[in-house]
Design a protein around this ligand. Sequence first.
Ligand SMILES: NC(=O)c1ccc[n+]([C@@H]2O[C@H](COP(=O)([O-])OP(=O)(O)OC[C@H]3O[C@@H](n4cnc5c(N)ncnc54)[C@H](OP(=O)(O)O)[C@@H]3O)[C@@H](O)[C@H]2O)c1
Length: 332
Amino acid sequence: MTVNRQILLASRPTGWPTEANFKLVESPLPRPGENQVLVRSHFLSLDPYMRARMDAVKSYAKSVEVGEVMVGGAVGEVIESKSPKLAKGDFVVGPLGWQEFAAADAAAVMKVDTKLAPPSVYLGTLGMPGVTAWVGLIDICQPKTGETAVVSAASGAVGSVVGQLAKSHGCRAVGIAGGAKKCEYVVKELGFDACIDYKAGNLHHDLKDATPNGVDVYFENVGGETLDAVLTRMNPFARIAVCGLISQYNASDPYGVKNLRSVLVNRVKMQGFIVSDRMELWPRALNDLGTLFAQGKLKYRETVAEGLASAPAAFLGMLRGENFGKQVVRLV
Ligand SMILES: NC(=O)c1ccc[n+]([C@@H]2O[C@H](COP(=O)([O-])OP(=O)(O)OC[C@H]3O[C@@H](n4cnc5c(N)ncnc54)[C@H](OP(=O)(O)O)[C@@H]3O)[C@@H](O)[C@H]2O)c1
C-alpha cells in the first residue's frame, strides 16, 4: 500500500452543503514520526458538528480550511508504531480525519478493547457521542428517580444513549424522533417509555400526553420548534442540557425561541456544553458506559455507508435525518 485516499473540503457551503463542497484525492501514504503510529482506519465517524467546521465563522473549534482534509473521528488498526505505548495490531480511536490512513501522535489516540465491542461502537455508544450523552445527562441535568427526562433526536447516536441512561437512573424516558419507525425502535428496542414522532404534526398534543407529570430534564439535540414545545412542559427547577441544535445548522434565518418565559417562571437551569471541554469526566463516563454495555443494557444501531467516496453523500443524508442510529463509513 503506497496510496492514501482523502476527502478534502473543496469549498465552503452557503446554507445546505452539497457533494460539490468535497473533493476525493489521492496522496502518498504518510510516514509515522517519533512517538507516532500509522493507523489504517476501519470506520470513519460522521457527526453533525462537522457541518460547523465547514464554515469560516467563529466557534468553539477551528474551521477546516479549504483544501484541508475534513476533520473526523475514526477507529482503526495500528499498522506501524514508533511509540512504546502502542503496538502493531492495536485498535485505536482518535481524530484521524476523512482518510484511509493517518500518521497520528500516540498521545492523541486511545486504545480500544475490541473484545468488549466491535470497533465502530467506539465512534458511537462507547465513544464521543456516548460520553456526550453522559456529560449532558448525568453531570448537567443530574436526573433523579421518578423524574421525567425528554431527549430529542432520540434514535440517534447521542439520543439513544441519553434515554437508556435515564432509564438506568430510574426516570421516565421520553424520546422525540422523526417518523414512526424510529419511534417504534426507541420504545421497543431501546426501552424508552414513550416516543413522539415530531413529523406526525401533533408535537404539542403528543408531548402533553407522553409527559403527564411534566418534564424535569430535557436533553436538547435539535432546537427550533421542538425546544419551544418542550418549554411548555417544564416543571419547577427543571434542567435543560443544550447539546445540539441540528434543525438550525443549515438555516439562513434561525428560529427565534418564543417560550423563554418558562425558563424564568419555572426557575429552569439551561446550560450549553461541549463534550471536549469536559475531558476530566471522560474516564468516568466511559467506565459507566462500558459497564452498562457489558451488561447488555446499552443497545445501539448503526447506518453504515460503504467506502470513503460515499462519505459526503452519507454526511448530507445524516443532516437530513436519513441515518437510523449512529452514521459511520466502513473503510476496510
Ligand atoms: N455539545 C457537544 O459536545 C456535542 C457532541 C456530539 C453531538 N452533539 C449534537 O448532538 C446532536 C445529535 O448528534 P448525533 O451525533 O447523535 O446525531 P444523530 O442523532 O445520530 O443524527 C442526527 C439526527 O438529527 C435529527 N435531525 C436532523 N434534522 C433535524 C431537524 N430539522 N429537526 C429535528 N431533528 C433533526 C435526525 O433524526 P430524526 O429523524 O429523528 O429527525 C438525524 O437522524 C446534534 O445536534 C449534534 O450537533 C453535540
